[in-house]
Design a protein around this ligand. Structure first.
Ligand SMILES: Nc1nc2c(ncn2[C@@H]2O[C@H](COP(=O)(O)OP(=O)(O)OP(=O)(O)O)[C@@H](O)[C@H]2O)c(=O)[nH]1
Length: 325
């Protein structure tokens, strides 16, 4: 059996990684290929797990595979190695992962003969890119992390183009160019709709010379030794809100939109007053979405908020005050 191709899907919180991942999975299944999926979430539960029902999924929760739970990543890779039923592996990092550490794990000797990294696909939320890059509205850690997610990419996907105008696009392109990304393809899209052959193309190459790994991009060489990575996302945290009754849709929407700016992302499973069943909640790029889940869903209502130095007490108090908890 040949090596198992691996795709890493990176990109900041809410940029569209899961959207692209689901497109890729569908495509593999149409072609009778059996994808293994590794999902990593900062929160202690994955409220999107149901999107991957009946698939070979491993969830790594409550930390980032690029640092605090890197051993879990190795364990999971070992699991897929032993399975023999998976012929492609898709890894979605948390929105604050630096793909470099995942890449390095894959390049370590125990995995090099089993897995073959095909591409690091980096999603960029075009509607928030300039804001996240601005020293006035973002922290240096977030700016650095975004830069790393882009600079490690084999392919950049500029997503959420439906939310930006031409002038903004020009500024984004200039910024990405300033980051030295002229040499990799940059696709502009909405809802991650990129021709599948572009997504799946092998864009990452490793040569082995005298047992020494030489990466395809020399500009990153200093990263591959010394292992002195800065975990720029150390101030990012996630909080879980649970055990709450049905919510009034409008009230929840208003509460989310009024949250402090350091709340960068929200997702959850909720019940809505006057509506049957469970709903998937998405809060990203300042927009709130609700989607009805299947009637067989039986998860406990939960909301996960992710952001930069979130104040748990403040957010819980605000939640309780707004929803009379
Ligand atoms: N308007 C707009 N919304 C989008 C687009 N792509 C994705 N979304 C929405 O943005 C939200 C976040 O998308 P996801 O695919 O979950 O993003 P993610 O990168 O996996 O998010 P994290 O889980 O935070 O890492 C969802 O509500 C999507 O439906 C787009 O191109 N335009």
């Amino acid at each position: 059996m040949g090596k198992i191709p691996v795709y890493i899907i990176s990109g900041f919180l809410g940029s569209g990684k899961t959207t692209v991942l689901l497109n890729m999975i569908k495509q593999f299944e149409v072609n009778n290929r059996r994808p293994g999926i590794i999902l990593n979430e900062l929160g202690e539960v994955n409220v999107e797990g149901h999107l991957f029902n009946k698939r070979e999924v491993k969830e790594l929760l409550n930390g980032c595979i690029c640092c605090t739970i890197q051993d879990d990543l190795k364990e999971t890779l070992n699991y897929f190695m032993g399975l023999n039923t998976v012929d492609v592996l898709l890894i979605e990092g948390t929105g604050v992962a630096n793909p470099l550490e995942i890449e390095e794990t894959l390049l370590s000797p125990e995995y090099l003969n089993v897995f073959e990294l095909y591409s690091i696909i980096s999603l960029v939320d075009a509607s928030h890119f300039l804001e996240y890059q601005s020293i006035f509205s973002s922290t240096s850690e977030i700016r650095q992390l975004l830069k790393e997610q882009i600079s490690t990419a084999s392919m950049v996907v500029l997503n959420k183009m439906d939310l930006v105008n031409t002038k903004t696009l020009g500024k984004i392109e200039q910024k990405i160019e300033d980051m030295g990304k002229q040499q990799v393809p940059i696709y502009q899209t909405s809802f991650g709709e990129i021709p599948i052959e572009e997504l799946l193309e092998k864009r990452y190459w490793v040569q082995t010379m005298d047992d020494e790994i030489v990466e395809n991009r020399k500009d990153r060489h200093d990263h591959s030794h010394g292992h002195d990575h800065n975990h720029h996302h150390s101030t990012i945290n996630a909080i879980k809100i649970s055990q709450f009754p049905e919510m009034v849709q409008k009230e929840l929407e208003q509460w989310l939109k009024r949250l402090p700016k350091n709340v960068l992302r929200g997702k959850g499973i909720i019940r809505l007053v006057g509506k049957k069943g469970l709903f998937q909640l998405q809060f990203a790029s300042g927009k709130v979405q609700f989607e009805k889940m299947g009637d067989d869903s039986s998860m406990e209502p939960t909301i996960i908020l992710i952001g930069d130095q979130l104040d748990i007490t403040e957010l819980h108090t605000s939640f309780r005050a707004t929803f009379n908890q």
